[in-house]
Design a protein around this ligand. Structure first.
Ligand code: GLV
Length: 329
């Protein structure tokens, strides 16, 4: 008799993750990486105690009502705006995410996007590939200085701190940040970062990097009014979530040279990208890959799998988002 709990792995993962999960669970998976409709996802979740989800699967009240056996949704992402955590808690469903294992990799990428944006790397490559490079010119793709400039960070969690350290210690940047809460003096000293009001951040940053979680409060935290406060020479980098930036307002600011350039890894309504952004040359666009190195993606998959085993087999998840569910049990 099979006594293993049943789980669903909603998207393709590494084969070793499936093999690991199969030691503990009856596993239904999606190694073909099909994009299931919502009714499909709900149908496949019937009788499942857990799901290994990604940011693409929305776990909300409607889905929970239709999947009464579900006890755990283990997100393979640090962000969890695809979870309605209040609805999950109300139904006694635990959520977990994958913090820490992706911090440094994502901070590396934030810095890479900042550099590519400030130094116009993709724009100049497109020019070269199009066969347009026929002479040297003094101002050809002259961009913004990175070293010694002012780095602004909106959202100063673990990834924001990683970006601050890279800027301050590696590039001699003057780091200012804004966050819901201030860092401890020890952390501020370690990151060489100074806390400022959001308005001062917008006005002083030469390079503004967004690393805050998405929520109703952070929706369009950067819109036309905020872009208007920024320096016309400034660059904006978003590695946080689509919806934090008003993409239409940003495309207009880029077109009008209200700010110099942007680097985006996330978009409103992704994987669709607003055509106004696609039409701008002064924006570097990447497809939500900030945590995408092989070791980090392996670590994220393993942590999500460990949360499934930790909770459904041993009653002890590693990184719970709503631990109050554990107390209720
Ligand atoms: C990626 O966007 C994540 O939240 O891990």
């Amino acid at each position: 008799m099979n006594t293993k709990p049943s789980i669903l792995v909603a998207r393709a993962v590494f084969p070793e993750t499936i093999a690991f999960l199969q030691q503990h669970f009856d596993v239904a998976h999606n190694q073909a990486d099909e994009i299931w409709s919502r009714p499909d996802l709900i149908a496949r979740l019937q009788g499942k105690a857990g799901v290994l989800a990604t940011g693409s699967e929305r776990i909300d009240a409607e889905l929970l009502a239709a999947c009464p056996d579900l006890k755990l949704a283990a997100n393979m992402a640090v962000g969890f705006n695809n979870f309605d955590l209040a609805a999950m808690t109300a139904r006694g469903v635990l959520g977990t995410n994958t913090p820490d294992v992706l911090t440094e990799t994502t901070a590396d990428f934030g810095f890479a996007l900042l550099m590519a944006t400030a130094r116009r790397i993709t724009e100049s490559e497109h020019f070269l590939r199009a066969g347009q490079w026929n002479k040297w010119a003094i101002d050809m793709f002259a961009g913004a200085e990175v070293h010694g400039s002012t780095l602004g960070i909106l959202g100063m969690g673990r990834i924001g701190q990683g970006i601050a350290r890279r800027g301050a210690h590696g590039f001699g940047m003057n780091v200012v940040y804004h966050n819901r809460s201030r860092l401890t003096p020890a952390l501020e000293a370690e990151c060489k970062a100074r806390y400022v009001a959001k308005d001062e951040l917008l006005q002083t940053a030469d390079h503004l990097v967004l690393v805050l979680p998405y929520s109703a409060q952070s929706h369009h935290a950067i819109g036309a009014a905020e872009l208007a406060r920024m320096k016309p020479t400034a660059t904006l980098v978003n590695i946080a979530r689509g919806g934090i930036v008003d993409d239409v307002a940003l495309a207009k600011a880029l077109r009008d040279k209200r700010i110099a350039a942007a680097g985006l890894d996330v978009y409103e309504g992704e994987p669709k990208v607003h055509p106004d952004l696609l039409a701008c040359s002064n924006v570097v666009l990447t497809p939500h890959i900030a945590s995408a190195t092989v070791p980090t993606r392996r670590a994220m998959a393993q942590l999500a799998a460990d949360n499934l085993v930790g909770f459904l087999v041993n009653g002890q998840p590693l990184t719970p988002l709503n631990p109050e569910v554990l107390k209720k049990k």
